[in-house]
Design a binder for this molecule. Structure first.
Ligand SMILES: [Zn+2]
Length: 228
């Protein structure tokens, strides 16, 4: 009996070892690393030695960027929503799971037809960085006049939860991002992008000053992925 238990333990140990070596395990570990609230800057939510508040310069963007952040995302080490917010003057972050309707999120009346919600389609499938569909899933041939875009900040599972709990999102246009390049950090899905990469790609495709997406990506690399 003792021998059976010993071999079971040995097998379990081996399975754990191989799981730890697997790329998916490494990605998951990196993606869920969190920092403790007491060690974080209260403004940018980064560990105090890595605070970027004095380094991230804000840019004037014309389209409003509304980030809906899942409550479990704020203190993740690689989260990029707070950097996006710090660098975009015209941006809002709302933390939560559900809101009654779109006007409830923004605290004012809004026309959902003038907004788009970002959605990841695939990796370079159509050759276009972006495609826009209306709320009836009809592809739009030209970029509609828009006031802003909604970005969901969370893992795939958390994003699914936010979609499911906020059916008013279906009334917005759908901005399908089709990244031509892989994300700068390992993702669970090959078409995955960090929040700031998705914002940068969308702003670039929607005609914002190209200096803004470039600055977002540069600071993402310098301040989040490889901070000094
Ligand atoms: Zn800070």
């Amino acid at each position: 009996m003792a021998n059976v238990n010993q071999s079971e333990r040995r097998i379990k140990k081996m399975v754990c070892f191989f799981k730890r070596q697997s790329p998916i395990f490494k990605i998951m570990t990196e993606a869920i690393k969190k920092i403790s609230k007491k060690d974080a800057c209260p403004q940018c939510f980064r560990p105090l030695p890595l605070c970027f508040c004095a380094k991230a310069v804000a840019h004037k963007n014309s389209l409003t960027v509304l980030i809906l952040q899942h409550p479990q995302e704020r203190y993740k080490l690689l989260n990029s929503a707070s950097l996006s917010h710090a660098m975009l003057e015209n941006s809002i972050v709302k933390v939560g799971l559900s809101w009654r309707n779109f006007s409830h999120v923004l605290g004012r009346e809004v026309d959902p037809k003038q907004w788009g919600v970002l959605y990841l389609k695939g990796q370079g499938e159509s050759g276009k960085g972006m495609e826009i569909f209306d709320s009836k899933k009809r592809m739009m041939t030209a970029i509609p006049s828009m006031k802003g875009l909604v970005v969901i900040d969370g893992s795939w599972k958390q994003a699914k939860t936010l979609w499911w709990r906020n059916p008013w999102l279906l009334r917005l246009n759908r901005i399908m991002l089709n990244p031509q390049k892989a994300s700068r950090r390992p993702q669970m899905k090959k078409e995955g992008l960090s929040t700031i990469e998705a914002v940068a790609l969308a702003l670039e495709c929607l005609g914002e000053d190209p200096a803004i997406p470039s600055a977002l990506i540069k600071n993402y690399e310098d301040l989040i992925l490889r901070p000094r």
